[in-house]
Design a protein around this ligand. Structure first.
Ligand code: AMP
Length: 424
């Protein structure tokens, strides 16, 4: 036998039963995005590497360790996108969207790529649903964006989620915080990993993202952003807190939350399920990114929900009933029944045909094994009476149904089987 082909490490297939769950989440999110005034943007999967260096940050783990980087045939250095905010900002600037609306609201759905160590809830190709809102300064936008994510989790019936909230301030706050952090880290530098020692020289704030347990232990005594917020950032944060309380969103302040991307300013947040340290959703404000990438000064805020983790935490939905299966007995019935198949599908019946049926017994056996609810049998007798034999596989009953009313009959009975599925 030839060697079996397999998917590469860290990527996977989402098979139809699981896909159903994904579609439920996507549909719920899309409906809410429209309700909140967001329009869909479809983005390229590849960008120039420099886009991510300039946005996510050159010294972040994502850019340093997790990028899929390659040269195209013209020698351009490209990267598969590790996240979508940078691309949305690039598109916002490139298409001059700031000229058309005071506030621009965009959402996206799609795969991201990070060369991370694959484990439960962590893949090399994973999927995000996210939003970006440009041109909104008020802290009420922060609360509204968090509310939108919260509503998505409620709509899909997620087990309770909590919002962890923090502020990482503006460039001024970050500068004064970095001075204090530097003196703290330097006094203990021998206790940190080699990567952290490098981060201390390159971008000291990224030390706070280190996942090495001994570094995490040391960081427990590190200074906190909250003590370094300027008046304006502190009052912005206080207003976000006030608005979230007003909206009854369960949140807690986590002053160690920094998120591993350079572009965040002021509000940062994560959604977490109980007893799981892996965030289901992450987001925040990034008021400097549009200008840093060559656009006009523009406030912005967004979030990304990790589809893989959310779908893994959701209970299995009731399966959609299988399509009706048609078994033709003989070549003659098959030829004569072609038009009927076309007509039934046009009239809205989901159906498949067993063109390779060798015997009725075997075809019924495989239909039963595959949990098909309704089987339509058409042979010489059915052709001459112009009525099909319809077998209800669950009840084990059979009926003759005239071709003229067959589509109505099948749709009604399929819906009935669907309801029974859902109740079970
Ligand atoms: P981030 O883009 O890092 O802010 O992440 C936003 C969300 O994407 C996270 O809360 C996760 O749910 C999800 N996510 C990030 N990285 C991965 C990954 N490697 N595998 C699966 N989900 C991920």
């Amino acid at each position: 036998m030839n060697e079996e082909v397999r998917a590469i490490r860290g990527v996977r297939d989402i098979l139809p039963e699981e896909s159903l769950k994904w579609r439920i989440v996507e549909d719920a999110a899309r409906e809410l995005f429209v309700r909140y005034g967001f329009g869909e943007i479809r983005l390229p999967l590849m960008e120039e590497l420099s886009l991510f260096r300039r946005s996510v940050g050159n010294f972040t783990d994502i850019v340093q360790k997790e990028m899929y980087v390659f040269q195209d045939k013209k020698g351009r250095t490209l990267s598969l996108r590790p996240e979508a905010t940078a691309s949305v900002v690039r598109a916002f600037i490139e298409h001059r969207l700031f000229l058309t609306r005071k506030v621009t609201r965009l959402y996206y759905v799609g795969p991201m790529f990070r060369y991370d160590r694959p484990q439960k809830g962590r893949y090399r190709q994973f999927y995000q649903i996210g939003v970006e809102l440009f041109g909104g300064k008020s802290p009420r936008y922060d609360a509204e964006i968090i509310m939108l994510a919260y509503e998505i989790f409620s709509a899909i019936g997620m087990p309770p989620v909590q919002v962890a909230l923090n502020s990482v301030g503006c460039s001024l706050c970050k500068t004064s915080f970095a001075v204090e952090l530097k003196s703290f880290l330097h006094s203990r530098r021998t206790n940190f990993c080699p990567d952290c020692l490098q981060r201390m020289n390159q971008n000291i704030l990224r030390v706070l993202d280190c996942k090495v347990p001994s570094c995490r232990q040391e960081l427990r005594d590190a200074p906190l952003f909250s003590a370094f917020l300027c008046d304006s950032c502190a009052s912005h944060h206080a207003e976000v807190v006030k608005q979230l309380s007003k909206l009854n969103i369960p949140f807690y302040e986590d002053s160690s939350l920094v998120r591993g991307l350079d572009y965040y300013t002021k509000t940062v947040f994560e959604f977490l399920a109980q007893d799981d340290p892996n965030a289901l959703c992450g987001g925040g404000r990034y008021d400097n990114l549009v200008a840093n990438l060559g656009g006009p000064e523009t406030s912005a805020i967004g979030f990304a929900i990790g589809m893989d983790r959310v779908c893994a935490a959701l209970p299995d939905p009731s399966l959609e009933p299988s399509p009706v299966r048609i078994i033709f007995l003989g070549e003659n019935a098959c030829n004569a029944g072609c038009d009927l198949v076309v007509r039934l599908r046009k009239e809205g019946v989901n159906l498949v045909v067993d063109y390779d049926a060798e015997s009725l017994k075997n075809s019924l056996k495989s239909a039963s094994r595959e949990s098909v609810g309704l089987v339509v049998i058409i042979g010489e007798n059915e052709l001459s009476s112009q009525s099909a034999t319809v077998r209800n596989m669950t009840a084990g009953t059979q009926e003759q149904v005239a071709f003229t009313v067959l589509s109505h009959y099948l749709k009604e009975h399929l819906a009935c089987i669907g309801r029974t599925h859902a109740e079970n």
